[in-house]
Write a protein that binds this ligand. Sequence first.
Ligand code: MN
Length: 246
Amino acid sequence: MTFPGRRSAALFVSDLHIDAAHPSIARRFLEFLARDARDATALYVLGDLFESWVGDDDPDDAQRSVIAALRDLTGHGVPCFVMHGNRDFLIGGRFAAASGATLLADPVLLTLYGERALVMHGDALCTGDRAYQRLRATVRDTGWQRRFLALPVAARRALADAARAGSQAHNAALAPAIADVDADSVAAVLRAADVGTLIHGHTHRPGIHRFDVDGIARTRIVLGDWYDTGTALRWDAGGFELVRLG
Ligand code: MN
C-alpha cells in the first residue's frame, strides 16, 4: 500500500530474511524502498534484513540489489539505519559505506517526534532459550568474529548453513513460550532505560502489547516478518500504526 495524503513518517521494518532462494521478498522490499520509503523521514531496519550474511566481502545478487536500492534511497536524502539481527550480525562497515546506511547498536534509545523509544532486534529478550543466549554470546564476541571472517568465503558459507540447520532444528523443538520474549527481561530493559515504549522484531509475532511496569504504562510494539507480505511500523507526530503492505 502507499500512504496517499499522509504526512511523512519514520518507518520501521525487520525480519525480511532476504535470500536468493526467495526472490519475491527482495522484490517486495525493493518496491517498498522505491515507493513507501521514498518520503519517509527515516527508515529503520531492525535486524534480519538478510537470511544469512557471512561478511561484507561477498554479497550475492539479491543482497547487491538491496545495497544498491538503499544507496539510492540514502542518496535521495532518506536516512537509513540498520541493526544487526541474529542472521546478519556480521554486517559491517563495507556494507554501511556501500549502502549509505548507518549501523545501529542493539539496544538503542531513539527520540521520535519528541517521544523516546527503546529499539532492539529482540533476540536478546528471548532469555528463556538459554542455549541460544550462550550461542549469541559466542558469536557476538569480536575475537570469534575476527577468526570467522578470516576464513575463506566457502568455509564461512558452509558453517553458516550448518548453523542455520541447527537453529531450525533447535527452534522446532522449543515450546512457543520459550521462543517468545521473556516478560521479566522486557520489564528489565524498559526499567533500565526508563522508557515507556519498546520496538522490536525477531519473534515474527507482530502486535502491540500494553502493560504496566512499576505502575507505569508501557507499550511493546512487535514488527512482523516479510515472508508473505511486507509489514512496517509507521511513526509520526500523530502516533504510530503497524501496517501491512499490499
Ligand atoms: Mn531474528
